[in-house]
Design a protein around this ligand. Structure first.
Ligand code: ZN
Ligand code: ZN
Length: 722
């Protein structure tokens, strides 16, 4: 009998292929026999070859080949052994055929680590994490030791289903069986603790490792980044470089978003250089991360340069670039690139939708947002709860609350994010009662609120001036969910009280609040001091705030405005001088309006628009009519020591007024005008817009950085609460 021994592996594979083929058509049999010189009609196959071929089928070949081979083994009565049974377990588990895998598994008389590992690996690969853990527990019960092939997979299972308790038990087993110093096992432990446990435990495992490889460092850096501990993440990345461990493309992809969030351009550029040297920048994930980093650091042109030079782009790269334009208020570029993307036939996936929607929401691009909505419907993503949540947020931020509610009402399943988005939507439009009603409904439906929900509902109370309700809510949160209470929620209370003119009450609240006040609370209290014209408390609060945030631009602007409003020009100038000295620049005010397929952007006293002459003429006419109707401009909002006449002129040039005038010129009478502004709308513009809405008999919707203002018939929906 011809033996397969001694044949090269490749040759053996060919034989098996032919052998399998001929088993289906008997007339090919003679040919095969002559080819390989097999003359007997039946023969038992060699054990080792069977084992290696089954392994091949599990790793690189197909399930079909494995199945055929298994059938041949049965036909030829190949001797069964626990090694072959384990190989069969491995084959079926790897391809996700767990019924067959179980049969082979149970044919082995005694539980052994190899077959268990094969089973666990298959389970985890196909997402059956609970089954994997059950088997591990059975191993523990029967005293079958786990090894460096068991632990990484079982830890991955724990991580995937966020089962920290089980993860800790596995950690104990790792120590018991002496695998704590194994790099693969330790890396999995870091990953597990980083994702579902205490980051300090992850760090402890990391620190105890005798030999750390690039994966260990990357896992730990990722752990910090996922917990938003950006400083720690970057610190560790630097230490990694000091210790001479070379980052890989995954490390780069992890650390770049950290640089972006910290706006650490220098570090980001360093990584970019390194990537070019190593050729990582060709990697589509690393390249997309680069685009995102440059955009977050405000370097839009660099982001675009990287984007344009990427050899391959995926939907993530496109999203990153579009979102980057949006974040930096490159309004037209964002819209243009989005349409280029669609024309290029890049198919939006649900992740793309979730990342692009906030960009359009931020800019108030209703038209583009609607296009995405139709895309969601076309691709049947409407059952994706994240996509729907994004739509609610987009419609609310684009000023169409009705559409937002429509999406909300049609959702088959809502999560806490859906309720929160809708509550926040009501809040930003000043519908405090509707927000409260929805909040109560949410609790009745058995969904627990989270931190973001609390911020949304407290902000809604603040926008609507619901002081009593706000207090009631805050107390209930404090009693029911004390662990979720955050300094930000206290800031919401300060805001609510401050806007309602209850500055003393706000100050009492800060003195008695359950936390040490942080930058959120001090910053809000300072703004409340300004609104209530209490400069004495304001100066005290400013000092407190300065200790925490010495370089906050908004703070200096607020303080100098406060002085200016009190007529203390010299103090105001001093604050401006400090700003200049520190190199802090206030982001310039800008407003934009969509018209046709274009977005028109205006800056303060902007004269660059082609219709500029008409716009200024329109403003002058309006100004005359307003004065005749008794409108007195509030000049306290101009913060330079200039005489009254010049102040009025500067007021006329505010960006939102330019955008409104542009809208009036270019739309038919009666059309609603929608304007977006990147900063808070100023008091003068607010008062003027109320007048204009009555004069021209139009609804004017202004979205500022804080909320919506619906101006109609001389009034604003915010009831002057903003
Ligand atoms: Zn203004
Ligand atoms: Zn308003």
């Amino acid at each position: 009998m011809a033996s397969f021994h001694g044949m090269a592996l490749q040759e053996r594979s060919r034989v098996f292929r032919l052998f399998n083929k001929c088993s289906f058509s008997s007339n090919q049999e003679p040919m095969l026999k002559t080819q390989v010189g097999v003359h007997e009609t039946s023969f038992s196959m060699d054990h080792d070859i069977c084992a290696s071929f089954l392994q091949e089928c599990a790793n690189t070949r197909s399930l079909a080949e494995g199945k055929q081979f298994h059938a041949q083994m049965l036909v030829t009565a190949t001797e069964q052994s626990s090694i072959l049974a384990t190989k069969l377990v491995n084959l079926y588990a790897m391809w996700g055929c767990f019924r067959e895998a179980q049969i082979a598994f149970q044919s082995i008389p005694k539980l052994n680590p190899y077959s268990c590992n094969a089973m666990i690996r298959g389970y985890v690969k196909h997402g059956f994490c609970h089954e994997a853990i059950e088997l591990f527990q059975q191993m523990e019960k029967e005293g079958v030791p786990g090894d460096n092939f068991t632990f990484p997979f079982i830890l991955k299972a724990c991580t995937e289903i966020s089962n920290l308790k089980q993860g800790i038990e596995v950690h104990n087993a790792v120590i018991r069986f002496g695998f704590a110093s194994n790099a693969f096992v330790a890396n999995s432990l870091i990953d597990m603790y980083g994702k579902c446990g205490d980051i300090k435990d992850a760090r402890q495992v990391f620190d105890k490792m005798s030999h750390r490889n690039v994966v260990s460092w990357t896992s730990m850096i990722t752990g910090y980044a996922q917990r938003q501990l950006m400083d720690e993440s970057l610190k560790l990345f630097r230490q990694m470089q000091v210790e001479g461990v070379e980052p890989n493309s995954l490390t780069a992809t992890t650390i770049l978003p950290v640089c972006g969030q910290l706006r650490s351009l220098q570090c980001g550029k360093g990584i970019h250089c390194y990537m070019v040297k190593k050729g990582f920048e060709e990697d589509v994930f690393a390249g997309s991360a680069l685009v995102d980093m440059y955009a977050k650091c405000g370097e839009v042109y660099d982001a675009r340069y990287v984007f344009d030079n990427m050899p391959n782009r995926n939907v993530v790269s496109w999203n990153g670039m579009i979102a980057g334009y949006a974040q930096n208020e490159y309004v037209n570029e964002a819209v243009e690139l989005f349409s280029v993307m669609q024309h290029a036939g890049i198919k939006l996936n649900s992740i793309a939708i979730i990342s692009v929607l906030p960009a359009f929401a931020r800019l108030g691009f209703l038209k583009q947002g609607k296009e995405i909505h139709s895309c969601i419907l076309k691709n049947a993503f409407e059952f994706n709860v994240f996509a729907s949540n994004g739509l609610i947020d987009m419609y609310a931020k684009c000023g169409t609350l009705k559409f937002a509610r429509h999406v909300f009402d049609k959702m088959p399943d809502r999560d806490v994010g859906s309720w929160t988005a809708m509550i926040a939507g009501y809040g930003m439009h000043g519908h405090g009662e509707a927000a409260l009603k929805l909040y109560n409904q949410m609790q009745h439906s058995g969904i627990n609120p989270n931190e973001i929900t609390f911020t949304a509902i407290l902000t809604a109370c603040s926008h609507a001036g619901l002081v009593h309700e706000g207090w009631k809510l805050f107390d209930s949160i404090n009693q029911q969910y004390p662990s979720l209470l955050h300094e930000k929620h206290c800031a919401c209370m300060v805001d609510l009280l401050g806007r309602a003119g209850l500055l003393d009450e706000a100050w009492d609240f800060v003195k008695n609040m359950p936390f040490k006040p942080g930058k959120n609370v001090w910053g809000t209290l300072l703004a409340a001091c300004r609104v209530n014209h209490n400069i004495i408390l304001g100066e005290y609060v400013a000092e407190k705030f300065l200790e925490l945030e010495p370089d906050n631009v908004g703070f200096y602007v607020l303080l100098s405005n406060m002085y200016a409003e009190a007529g203390r020009w010299e103090d105001a100038e001093n604050v401006r001088a400090i700003m200049k000295q520190k190199g802090l620049k206030k982001s310039p005010g800008c407003s934009w309006i969509e018209m046709g397929n274009k977005v028109h952007t205006f800056q303060v006293e902007d004269k660059s628009h082609p219709q500029s002459a008409e716009i200024y003429a329109m403003l002058e006419t309006l100004s005359r009519q307003m004065k005749a109707a008794g409108f007195v401009p509030d000049t306290s909002f101009v913060f330079h020591n200039v005489d009254e006449e010049e102040k009025e002129y500067i007021l006329c040039g505010h960006s939102e007024k330019l955008a409104i005038a542009f809208g009036l010129i270019n739309t038919l009478p009666g059309t609603t005008i929608r304007v977006n502004k990147n900063l808070r709308v100023c008091g003068d513009c607010h008062a003027a817009t109320k007048f204009i809405s009555k004069l021209v008999n139009r609804e004017i919707v202004v979205r500022d950085s804080y909320r919506f203002h619906h101006f109609r018939d001389g009034n604003c929906s915010c009831r002057d609460y903003w």
